[in-house]
Ligand binder design. Structure first.
Ligand code: FAQ
Length: 329
């Protein structure tokens, strides 16, 4: 099946004194907060790790269009339809900024798509869950975009210039997405008994998958140490997950909805909420290609790629003709 099998290097951070002079100078630039630009020298592992993370991020944006795309024709009002359409289009745009950022590292878009289609590159686990009711559009905006923003705001300060700059615009748009999601939840939570039940059901199904978006717990995160030393990643997975829980818990209370975790409680001592970990076996199954919708999502992406072949061919033929005309002039 579609195992998503890009190998984790699992490398730990090399002590500064063991780095070559070039590598040390590179690390010093990062430590000073300088941005690394496409033509600058960079260690091969830095380049590969960035391609992995930015590529996975780009794929998440475009695969992430599918669960919501499912509801555009069934949105309950014209306004909701227009908002959802705009949101799904924004996700396509985010994918494009990110593919462009990855291309500056010497990988082509065709190669990135090929790795996605062959199951050699991942996309976010969250998009392998189905969207069963309209309330899921609220839960996705509120929780999924909420988790995405929590992770992406710090990435505006990431060390690689093109990635950091792409994040600035993406974060602005994501905050609109989160608000529209929260607004759907608010309307439903204050609506009829059936609407409230649907909102609660969506929260029940999306809560733990949203926590999984931040990645495995720190002790199982193979990339965090090196990625944080290189400022490819600014915070650990558990740090961001905790911030998310602390932000969402009072919002759920405001909505009058219950987070499906009996152990979720404010802890005076730590100044944070205690909460239950997601089922990590389920997480590893989903990122190995065995989630509820993995096959459906990849099939949809492959179909879109194949259906679009004539557009790519046409554009290439046009570009070739234009170039030949220029030579003839
Ligand atoms: N799903 O060592 P770590 C969005 C993999 S954007 C799938 O901790 P790392 C917008 C990881 O790749 C959502 N795989 O990895 C939207 C690695 O495997 P590998 C996407 C996951 O990279 C909203 C292995 O597990 N955001 O939603 C996941 O240090 C609504 C070990 O993990 C980004 O991509 C996962 N959840 O930390 C669109 C942000 N977690 O590659 C539509 C940028 C971990 O060795 C609708 N990325 N893995 O085979 C990051 O910040 C990081 O890459 C993490 C993972 C935090 C996701």
């Amino acid at each position: 099946m579609y195992a998503q099998m890009v190998k984790s290097t699992g490398e730990t951070v090399v002590a500064k004194e063991k780095l070559s002079p070039k590598e040390r100078e590179f690390q010093d630039r990062i430590d000073r907060g300088e941005k690394i630009e496409p033509k600058d020298w960079m260690p091969e592992e830095y380049r590969k790790n960035l391609i992995r993370q930015i590529g996975q991020h780009a794929h998440s944006e475009i695969v992430g269009q599918l669960p919501e795309g499912n509801w555009i024709t069934r949105a309950p009002t014209l306004e909701r339809k227009a908002n959802l359409l705009a949101k799904v289009q924004d996700e396509a745009g985010h994918g494009l900024y990110l593919y462009c950022a990855a291309e500056t590292l010497g990988v082509s878009r065709d190669e990135l798509f090929d790795m996605l289609h062959k199951g050699k590159m991942k996309y976010s686990s969250i998009f392998n869950y189905p969207t069963l009711t309209w309330a899921d559009m609220g839960a996705i905006g509120w929780l999924v975009d909420g988790a995405a923003i929590m992770n992406q705001v710090p990435l505006q300060r990431t060390s690689y210039g093109p990635y950091a700059r792409a994040m600035v615009r993406i974060c602005k748009e994501e905050s609109f997405h989160q608000r529209q999601g929260f607004q759907i939840m608010l309307t439903m939570a204050q609506g009829t008994e059936d609407q409230k039940r649907m909102a609660q059901d969506a929260l029940n199904r999306f809560w733990y998958p949203s926590l999984m978006m931040f990645g495995p717990s720190d002790k199982d995160s193979v990339h965090s140490a090196q990625s944080m030393a290189w400022k490819i990643k600014m915070n650990s997975n558990d740090e961001l997950r905790q911030k998310f829980v602390d932000e969402i818990a009072p919002q759920a209370a405001f909505l009058g909805l219950n987070i499906p975790d009996d152990d979720l409680v404010w802890n005076e001592k730590t100044g944070h909420h205690d909460y239950s970990e997601p089922d990590w076996d389920e997480f590893f199954q989903v990122i190995s290609g065995n989630g509820p919708c993995n096959k459906e999502r990849l099939d949809a992406r492959k179909k879109a790629w194949n259906d679009g072949a004539w557009v790519r061919d046409g554009m290439l033929a046009h570009a070739r003709k234009k170039a030949m005309r220029k030579v003839a002039e």
